[in-house]
Design a protein around this ligand. Structure first.
Ligand code: ATP
Ligand code: MG
Length: 313
């Protein structure tokens, strides 16, 4: 095993609030990221993902625990670490007054790169982000997906070994997300270490070699997407809907089918090795769902199983 590029042990961040006890946003996270790996933090709103990313990005000091980025302690080596990372924050921080090319150029200069290097890098990154024909447009005139691509391109201006991406595709349409995923795949192929947060399980499945499922500042489980599903869910899931007035009753009568029956407000889930067989058993109990669907288990199911809640509320 090569030395990890990121190592967190018992990482804690608490926020002071007047008159109330400190609020613990990150509550003892431990994880390591190997060079070239793509690691994800998957969790719902408020889980502490952005707070963790800010500590890893050396822009927010930890309250406790140990943290090492590229072998350096961010408390002591903030500027060194920041100059070697690429950062895509949750909220775009592009300069809307400047055009696309200028945003890249100025950011490079901010890192102290020579003007000539910045010019050349900016052209390369325009191509990478497929924004060549928008190079002279003001950022305010870009679509959400284009802005996100530009932010990622900007994060690459200093050739970082690690790229931190806080919810890279939240709020984008499916096509824009796929374009972004494709760009991130390329980076991964070139050996860039990716650390990303998301509350989209499909994004986590697509991009991450390994994931930590986080909730309320804690890691609930960790592993590859496939191993998490194997450990914490069944092979298949049967989803049946009886209408909102009848789901509860039906779930009660379905007890014992498959590995587990979960009742959600709008449907009943049956976790099973064989979803079709489970459906036959439902029919055998004289239950007749309005709709039924058998699908593979997903990370959403893992999350539901671990926390009792849905990832996207
Ligand atoms: N500067 C701050 N001061 C006080 N509390 C904060 C601050 N920043 C974050 N928090 C709190 O810490 C918790 C974790 O927030 P964080 O932004 O890390 O969550 P997240 O997982 O990124 O959520 P989201 O998916 O909504 O982006 C939340 O309860 C939030 O209100
Ligand atoms: Mg966040």
């Amino acid at each position: 095993m090569p030395a990890p590029v990121i190592a967190a042990r018992g990482l804690v961040k608490s926020y002071r609030s007047k008159g109330r006890p400190d609020f613990v946003a990150v509550d003892g996270l431990s994880f390591e990221v190997a060079p070239g790996e793509s690691f994800g933090l998957l969790g719902p709103n408020g889980a502490g993902k952005s707070t963790t990313m800010k500590m890893v990005g050396a822009v927010s000091a930890r309250t406790g625990g140990e943290l090492s980025i590229l072998g350096l302690d961010p408390d002591r080596y903030g500027p060194e670490i920041r100059s070697r990372l690429g950062v895509v924050p949750q909220q775009d921080t592009l300069d809307g007054e400047l055009n696309v090319r200028e945003n890249l150029y100025i950011y490079g200069r901010y890192f102290g790169l020579p003007a000539k290097v910045c010019k050349q890098k900016a052209e390369e990154l325009l191509a990478f982000a497929q924004l060549e024909d928008k190079a002279s447009s003001k950022v305010d005139q870009l679509s959400g997906g284009m802005k996100r691509r530009l932010t990622i391109a900007r994060g690459l201006i200093n050739d970082p070994r690690i790229l931190l991406l806080d919810e890279p595709t939240t709020g984008l349409d499916p096509q824009a997300r796929h374009v972004l995923w494709d760009r991130l795949f390329r980076l991964k192929e070139q050996g860039t270490t990716l650390v990303l947060t998301t509350h989209y399980m499909d994004e986590a499945e697509q991009l991450c070699d390994r994931l930590a499922v986080v909730d309320k500042g804690r890691i609930m489980a960790e592993g590859t997407p496939a191993s998490l599903i194997r450990e914490h869910s069944s092979r298949e899931v049967l989803e049946v809907r009886f209408g909102s007035a009848h789901n509860k009753d039906a779930a009660e009568r379905m007890k014992g089918i498959g590995d587990r029956v979960d009742e959600l407000p709008d449907r009943v889930l049956v976790y099973a090795q064989d979803g079709e067989a489970a459906l036959e058993q439902v029919a055998a109990r004289d239950l007749h769902p309005i709709t039924s669907l058998v699908r593979r288990s997903s990370l959403e199911d893992v999350f539901l199983r671990l926390t009792g809640r849905s990832l996207i509320e």
